[in-house]
Structures are given as C-alpha cells and as structure tokens.
Design a protein around this ligand. Structure first.
Ligand SMILES: Cc1ncc(COP(=O)(O)O)c(C=O)c1O
Length: 374
C-alpha cells in the first residue's frame, strides 16, 4: 500500500500555518476544499436560486450512502439533523414511555440533560477519580429494570472510550435500547454499528469529521424504528408530501422521521466534501496516525513530569489527552499560539491526523521552557 503523505495532507488545513492546533475536540480544522464547498453553495444560491436543487438533493443522498458505509448501516437508517442536542432531545421525547435509563456521571450535558428534563428515572453510573467506570454497574442497572442506556463513545474531557461492543451486548441481552453519542470519536476511530449492537447513534460533524457546524449524523436501527415515534413533526414527516397529514400511517418512522423540514443544504454539502477527504485517507489509517501521535505525546509529557489524568490502555484510547496543568501555563501556551482547551486545572489536548510530531515537540518544549527559562 502506498505510504500516506501526511505533510501534504496537513498543507490543506491553513489554520495549521498560523498556530499549533490541539483543539479538534472543540472544533476540527477545516480543509480548503471544505471551505470552497461552503462558498460554492453560497454562490450557487446567489446565481441560481433553486435551479440546481436536484443536484443538491443527489449529493445529499450520496453523502447518506457514504455515512451508511462508514458506520456499517443501510441508507434508510441514516438521517441528517442540526446537532446532538436537538437529536438527543427528539429521541428522549419520542421514547417517553420508557422510563428507566442508565447514564454516566460527568457526561457532556447534551447526552444527559434531555433525559433529565423529560422526567426519565435515571440510574447514575459513577466514575472513579481517573474517569474510568465499571461496566458491571451497567449490568446491575439493566438487571434492575433499566430500559435505555445512553453514553458517549469518547468522553469529551478525559478522552476515555466506552467499550461499545461489551455494553451493546449487555443491552441487547436485556432488550434495552443502546443510544450512543459518537461526536468525539467518529472520523478518528473506526466504528461498526451492527458489531456494537447500537440502536441509535448520533455525531455532530464539526469535530473529528472536520465537516463544519450545523450538521449531525443520525443512525436509527431499522430493527427498533417502530419504538421511536416522533412528537415533533413538520412537512417532511409525511411519507409523501401530498398525503393526508391526519392519517398516522402517512407519518415517517425511523431515521428519516428526524428530518422535519428542509434539508440543511449548505451544512450537509459542506460536510460531504470533508467526508470525501476523510474517506480518501481512510479512518483506519487516521486512527493509526492518531495513536502514534498520542503515544509520542504521552512519552514527551512524561519526560517533563506530566501524565494523562485517565489511564491510556490500548483498548480505550482516543485523540483526546487531558493532563493536570496550571492555568498560567495554559495562558502562556495560548499567547504562543499553542491552542487547546482549559478546564478546572486540566488542559485538554486533542490530536487529529493533521497534527504532526513537531507540534508535540513545540508543546512540550514550550512547557518545559516556561519552567526552566534560559
Ligand atoms: C460528547 C459531545 N457531544 C456533543 C457535542 C456537541 O453537541 P451539539 O452537537 O449539540 O453542539 C460535544 C461538544 O461540543 C461533545 O463533546
């Protein structure tokens, strides 16, 4: 197989000329071709109004196929929604008859808030101080009558990944729905929804999928689609626009029932270009690249006395690594154009395929330079 020219790929992301970017967990860098797609859509609307709408719709369908292929689903199981927050809320609203849910402590708010606000009976699965948790606690909750488990695949702060295969099997054995937010992993780690027995998956595309804001991938397994009955509806909720809306049989079910109004053309077409780029590199190759970069980062940090807050075992790695650091050092990094996220005594570093080993050297040399100025 031909060797990947990471340097040439990196040159497609102009922000990397300006700063050392460790902030994909906040928002992915955008490629020139992705920004071109955003501009092209605006220009097309400017010059052609609706004249090219059928071409936009074909590209959306092409993108749906590409997403289905990426996660091992069928096209009818994929929809595009604006973000995770709305998608999780629609899901919590649609499943209201299922009252018992198991949620992990310290999740990103959009993963848990919709269930709390809809009055679900929550069993909280606790995390240890290093952010790890015990899958046996989910088993116990399932034995106690939990009917839904909702987790994020990669934790937005510590970067720990959930073992989806084991948890999915547990849920399946207990006939509980398994719902996963993959925003911090999809695009960086390979995933097969069927192998993980996921019933509903969602992932915003502006981070590791590098696809810009305002777009979220949704997968709803055809096997459980009848259990998800939308209460939020719009003109696109009908199986055919001309049908009588008062007849329930004319209402869509499954993934497509989340697409209530007009497609968010600009956002989906922008994402489409980014996805083509990611596919051309290959997610397995991206994952290998991230693993070697983060392994190097861990070694370099260790050489200056810093270590990740969460254990980095080969089975639970992601592109996110969080280490304890004083705010004053983070502020200096920021001034030196080394960009990351700071939270409560921790710095969150996130590395994607477009980072390189020199980025890691720049970071660790800067940190040790602040402590030992020449
Ligand atoms: C785990 C997780 N899910 C979702 C999101 C984004 O939520 P939304 O798509 O609603 O903006 C983030 C970060 O912004 C996140 O870390």
């Amino acid at each position: 197989m031909e060797e990947i020219n990471w340097e040439s790929i990196r040159s497609d992301y102009p922000v990397l000329d300006k700063c050392t970017y460790f902030n994909t967990a906040s928002s992915g860098a955008i490629a020139k071709s992705t920004a071109d797609a955003m501009r092209a859509f605006a220009n097309d609307q400017l010059s052609n109004a609706t004249l090219n709408r059928s071409a936009w719709l074909s590209e959306i369908e092409m993108t749906r196929s590409a997403v289905a292929k990426m996660v091992g689903a069928s096209e009818s199981e994929i929809a595009f929604t604006p973000d995770v927050s709305i998608t999780m809320s629609l899901t919590a609203q649609a499943l209201e008859n299922k009252t018992r849910i198991a949620l992990l402590r310290d999740e990103f708010p959009s993963v848990v808030l919709p269930w709390i606000s809809h009055g679900y009976d929550v069993t909280w699965i606790e995390r240890a101080q290093d952010q790890t948790f015990n899958l046996a606690d989910f088993e116990k909750a399932l034995n106690d009558g939990t009917k839904i488990v909702t987790v994020s695949w990669v934790h937005y702060n510590s970067g720990i990944t959930t073992d989806l295969v084991t948890l999915g099997k547990m849920c399946k054995a207990h006939r509980a729905l398994f719902i996963v937010d993959c925003t911090q992993g999809l695009g960086a780690i390979p995933l097969d929804v069927k192998a993980c027995d996921i019933d509903i998956l969602m992932a915003s595309t502006f981070k590791w999928l590098t696809g810009g804001y305002g777009n979220c991938i949704l997968y709803v397994s055809n096997e459980i689609k009848d259990q998800v009955r939308q209460k939020a509806m719009g003109w696109s909720s009908l199986t055919d626009f001309g049908q009588d809306p008062s007849i329930r049989a004319n209402w869509k079910v499954g993934a497509s029932s989340y697409e209530l109004g007009h497609p968010k053309y600009s956002n989906i077409l922008t994402f489409s270009k980014a996805l083509q780029k990611i596919e051309a590199i290959g997610i397995a190759q991206i994952n290998e690249r991230i693993n070697s970069l983060t392994t190097y980062l861990e070694d370099r940090l260790s050489s200056i006395g810093l270590s990740p807050i969460a254990p980095r075992l080969s089975r639970n790695r992601s592109g996110i690594m969080t280490v304890r650091l004083e705010k004053s050092i983070y502020d200096r990094l920021n001034c030196d154009q080394i960009i990351a996220t700071y939270r409560e005594n921790y710095i969150r570093l996130s590395l994607h395929f477009y980072n390189d080993f020199k980025d890691v050297d720049r970071l660790t040399e800067a940190i040790s330079g602040y402590s030992h100025p020449n």
